[in-house]
Design a protein around this ligand. Structure first.
Ligand code: SF4
Length: 348
């Protein structure tokens, strides 16, 4: 279940009933401050709540200071192998570090925790099926669900033993079923916020579908507190898909939900053209609205009655317009788009 514990990452609350936050990761050289900030500003405008940047070099943690200072959203430093980068990132003011216990020595975890305590930095324990600790891998023989979960629980205990509780956990896998099972199992064992994701999900369409199935199934069960969609695509696409997953489950406040039919031989208006244009128009509009666009009266009236704005084909090229479940006008198909946009703009 969604975690009872809540942490704050640079002011963004995670867990404990807070809204599900969206994250992505920059993919330019972190040492290039201008390029990194430009990517961050772009995704922040699209609805990204938290940004992660890779810190593989001393130059990247040096750049982090400026990035943290000018970023419009909290910055998370992604650390692998060399815990010195974690310490530098914490000192640079990052809101959270992501460490991978599978490739971090115990000494590195201890020092990172101490520095996090001193600076109020949160930690993500990021378990990946591709980098489970050797002793756990030897025990299970493969990165099975049990191996992933044991690694996560062991590392939670390591941090607790150091008196540190300001952390969240992820148990990502590129295999959707493994990830779902691992998160389900982990959610029964710990109460810390969970960061959900299907790692290395692939290019836009397959990656979006894998993420929607994996992240969506867990969120529908009430599991998960923050999400990252990982795509081999422009990072803006990750925000687009993350928002759609949250929207589909009614978890994205202030967003427009558009219902439209697949069209058939009965279709009387250009449902596909109108809905595509409206989806683009509404993607980032911050209003709680349900709009239905249907081709004929078969389901058109019923959906229109349950939408804030309802449109359906009434005669060839002619549509009915409903507002708040009541018929208000009969309009030409060619006027539908402009009319609906005007209503959306003036909707309070
Ligand atoms: S609403 Fe009408 S036009 Fe659309 S798919 Fe159903 S029957 Fe066909």
């Amino acid at each position: 279940m969604a975690s009872k514990k809540q942490i704050s990452v640079g002011g963004v609350k995670i867990g404990g009933g807070a809204p599900i936050s969206i994250q992505t990761m920059t993919n330019c050289n972190t040492e290039d401050v201008t390029a990194t900030l430009s990517q961050i500003e772009k995704v922040a405008d699209l609805g990204c709540d938290l940004i992660r940047v890779s810190c593989p070099t001393p130059g990247s943690t040096a750049a982090l200071k400026k990035i943290v200072k000018h970023s419009p959203i909290p910055v998370i430093a992604d650390i692998h192998f060399n815990y010195k980068r974690a310490i530098e990132a914490i000192e640079a003011g990052t809101a959270c570090i992501r460490i991978n216990p599978g490739n971090t020595p115990d000494e590195g975890i201890r020092e990172s925790v101490n520095a996090s305590k001193d600076n109020g930095t949160a930690i993500r324990i990021g378990i990946n099926s591709g980098s489970i600790e050797k002793n756990i891998l030897d025990k299970y023989g493969e990165p099975s669900v049990d191996a992933i979960v044991e690694s996560a629980v062991t590392n939670c205990h390591k941090l607790e033993d150091l008196g540190f509780y300001n952390f969240k956990v992820s148990v990502k896998s590129s295999d959707v079923k493994t990830a779902i099972e691992a998160y389900r199992k982990l959610s029964r064992l710990i109460d810390y916020p969970l960061h959900l994701g299907i790692t290395e999900a692939g290019t836009f369409l397959p990656g979006a579908i894998k993420s929607a199935i994996g992240i969506g199934s867990l969120l529908a069960d009430g599991i998960g507190d923050t999400i990252r969609v990982s795509l081999s695509s422009d990072i803006s696409d990750e925000i687009l898909v993350a928002r759609q997953i949250l929207k589909s489950l009614g978890l994205l406040k202030n967003s427009v939900n558009i219902v439209s039919c697949p069209t058939c031989a009965r279709t009387l208006i250009d449902v596909i053209g109108i809905s595509k244009a409206l989806n683009e128009y509404c993607e980032y509009i911050k209003k709680d609205l349900k709009i239905s666009i249907l081709g004929c009266v078969v389901n058109g009236i019923g959906e229109a009655k349950h939408a804030d704005i309802g449109i359906f084909g009434f005669q060839k090229g002619i549509a009915k317009l409903y507002i708040n479940g009541t018929e208000v006008a009969t309009i030409k198909e060619s006027e539908v788009l402009a009319k609906v946009k005007k209503i959306i703009d003036s909707w309070n």
